[in-house]
Design a protein around this ligand. Structure first.
Ligand code: B4P
Length: 193
């Protein structure tokens, strides 16, 4: 089982590139952002709790997200591999993920860090706010999300760097250019179906 973390700030293209990767390599996609938005839409207890954090540009508490991931991994132990998109977002989440995978005799193989300058992130997310109407894509909330990323999520890259698993990917250019760079990095681990 090949396990990849697609890492980067809000708007760096994690969701966009995951869509391409799952088709190219036949991997399973787990996006905590998508899972949380689905809970919010269905107005579950978890969704109602998560919404108050997401609307403020804050991270949802670790315990909520880790529980969600645990059941998702358990449901998909036969997958060829998993792309974790938007998870882990704190060092606590990273430790929990490593422990969950270890229990199942698996591990994270690689973290790819999509690097994009802040002005480009803001431009992309404001544009998505106009086109897709996501309630957290407003200037005020985007700035809070970037602050949360810098303070709480960036240390996750160091956590995997120390373990020799982190690779930086230039996250600017066309979607295809970036996908080409990611494909090269992933190809050393996995064959195309
Ligand atoms: P996410 O859903 O993970 O959202 P994101 O970081 O904003 O998106 P992403 O980086 O995937 O950007 P995308 O490809 O869509 O999180 C939302 C919220 O959920 C968080 O703020 C938090 O509250 C909560 N949450 C999620 N996971 C959590 C966790 N583990 N713990 C706690 N809380 C959690 O790209 C953005 C835009 O850029 C798109 O419109 C796209 O078309 C465009 N784009 C992409 N690539 C481009 C390119 N090369 N050029 C130009 N535009 C591009």
């Amino acid at each position: 089982m090949f396990n990849l973390i697609l890492f980067g700030p809000p708007g760096s293209g994690k969701g966009t590139q995951s869509d391409k990767l799952i088709h190219h390599f036949g991997l399973l996609h787990i996006s905590t952002g998508d899972l949380l938005r689905d809970e919010v839409k269905r107005e579950t207890a978890l969704g109602l709790e998560a919404k108050s954090f997401m609307d403020q540009g804050q991270l949802v508490p670790d315990a909520v997200v880790i529980g969600m991931i645990d059941s998702k991994i358990n449901d998909n132990l036969e997958a060829k591999g998993i792309i974790f998109d938007g998870f882990p977002r704190t060092v606590e989440q990273a430790k929990a993920l490593d422990a969950l995978l270890e229990l199942k005799e698996h591990s994270i193989d690689s973290l790819l860090w999509l690097e994009v300058p802040e002005d480009e992130l803001i431009k992309r997310l404001l544009q998505r706010g106009l086109e897709a109407g996501r309630s957290d894509d407003t200037r005020e909330i985007i700035e809070k999300r970037i602050k949360e990323y810098t303070e709480k999520t960036k240390p996750v890259a160091d956590y995997y760097k120390i373990r020799g698993k982190m690779t930086k990917i230039k996250g600017t250019g066309t979607v295809e250019d970036i996908f080409g760079r990611i494909k090269k990095a992933v190809a050393s681990f996995i064959e195309v179906e």
